[in-house]
Design a protein around this ligand. Structure first.
Ligand SMILES: [Zn+2]
Length: 280
C-alpha cells in the first residue's frame, strides 16, 4: 500500500494538490483553486491511480481565489464532500459559497475516517493567515505549506519527520526587487505576511531534511513574473538535493509526476535503500 501525492496545478492562477492515503483510488484535495473540470483532467493526465469520482474531502489552506475557485461551490452542492477549513476561515468559506452542510472547521486536528489524521498549523499570510496541514497515515507523513510569509518554529516542529514535503518557493529575491511591480506589492510579497522566497524555502527544507526523513520534495506556487523553475532547481539541488530522493517543481498547467511512498513497518528500511533519483 502506498500514499500518493500529485500537485495538479500550482501558481497564482490556481492551486490544487491531490493526496491519497492508500491504493483505493480515493483522495483528498488540498486547495481547489482550479475548476472541477481541470482537476479531473489533471488527475487523468497524471497517470496516478486516483479515481476522479472518489474525492472524499477538500482541505483549504485559505480562501483566496487561487485556492478556492467559485465553480467548486456548485460542484460541492451537487456532490457533497466535507470542506475543511481552520475555524478563522469558516465565515469567509460560507460567504464564498461553501454549503453549510459541507463545512467542517478544525482548531488544530482532524481525523479523516480511519485512514489519516490531520494537524493544522496557522501560518502567517495576509490578515487571517493561511493553514499548513500535516497528514499522517500508515504509509507516509505528508506536510503541505503554501502562502506563508515566513517559517516560524511552530511549522518546523509540526513538520518534523515528514516523508513528503510540499512547500512553496514563490520568488527569487533579486527578480522580485528588480521587477516593475509597484513597491507596495513587492513589500507585501516579501514581508512576513507574504510569500516565501527561494532562500527562505530552501532554508526551511534544509532544517527539515537534516533529520534525514524527507524522501520527496514538491515545490509549489512559483511566481510567474519573479521566479523560474531552473533557478529553483539549482538552489534546491545544491543545498538539499543530496538528502532527497525526488524533487518536483510544480507548474501552473501540468500535474507533477505522482509521488508514491510506502513507509510501512516492513517497507521502511527498503524504502531508504538506494534512492532512485527522479527529477521533474
Ligand atoms: Zn496563493
Amino acid at each position: 500500500m502506498t500514499a500518493t501525492v500529485c500537485i495538479l496545478a500550482s501558481s497564482s492562477r490556481g492551486n490544487a494538490t491531490a493526496i491519497s492515503f492508500d491504493d483505493s483510488g480515493r483522495f483528498v484535495l488540498v486547495d481547489a483553486g482550479i475548476s472541477p473540470a481541470r482537476v479531473r483532467e489533471a488527475i487523468t493526465r497524471s497517470g496516478s491511480l486516483l479515481r476522479c469520482q472518489r474525492l472524499r474531502a477538500i482541505f483549504l489552506t485559505h480562501l483566496d481565489s487561487d485556492h478556492w475557485a467559485n465553480s467548486w461551490a456548485a460542484q460541492v452542492r451537487r456532490h457533497p464532500v466535507p470542506v475543511i477549513v481552520r475555524h478563522q476561515h469558516a465565515e469567509l468559506a460560507l460567504a464564498l459559497g461553501v454549503p453549510p452542510a459541507c463545512l467542517r472547521t478544525l482548531v488544530t486536528s482532524f481525523r479523516l475516517g480511519d485512514t489519516a489524521s490531520v494537524v493544522a498549523t496557522k501560518v502567517s499570510h495576509d490578515e487571517i493567515g493561511s493553514t499548513a496541514f500535516r497528514f499522517d497515515c500508515e504509509y507516509a507523513s505528508i506536510g503541505h505549506a503554501t502562502d506563508l510569509g515566513c517559517v516560524e518554529e511552530g511549522l518546523i516542529e509540526a513538520f518534523a519527520g515528514v516523508d513528503i514535503l510540499n512547500i512553496e518557493s514563490n520568488y527569487d529575491e533579486e527578480m522580485q526587487v528588480r521587477s516593475n511591480r509597484p513597491e507596495f506589492l513587492k513589500r507585501r510579497i516579501m514581508g512576513d505576511r507574504g510569500h516565501l522566497s527561494n532562500e527562505q524555502a530552501v532554508a526551511a527544507v534544509a532544517r527539515l531534511a537534516s533529520g534525514g526523513t524527507i524522501r520527496h520534495l514538491n515545490l509549489l506556487h512559483l511566481s510567474q513574473d519573479c521566479n523560474r523553475p531552473e533557478i529553483v532547481r539549482e538552489v534546491f539541488e545544491k543545498r538539499v538535493g543530496a538528502n532527497i530522493a525526488s524533487m518536483h517543481i510544480s507548474s501552473p498547467d501540468q500535474p507533477t509526476r505522482p509521488v508514491a511512498h510506502s513507509d510501512s513497518k516492513f517497507g521502511k528500511d527498503q524504502a531508504r535503500l538506494g534512492p532512485v533519483l527522479s527529477r521533474s
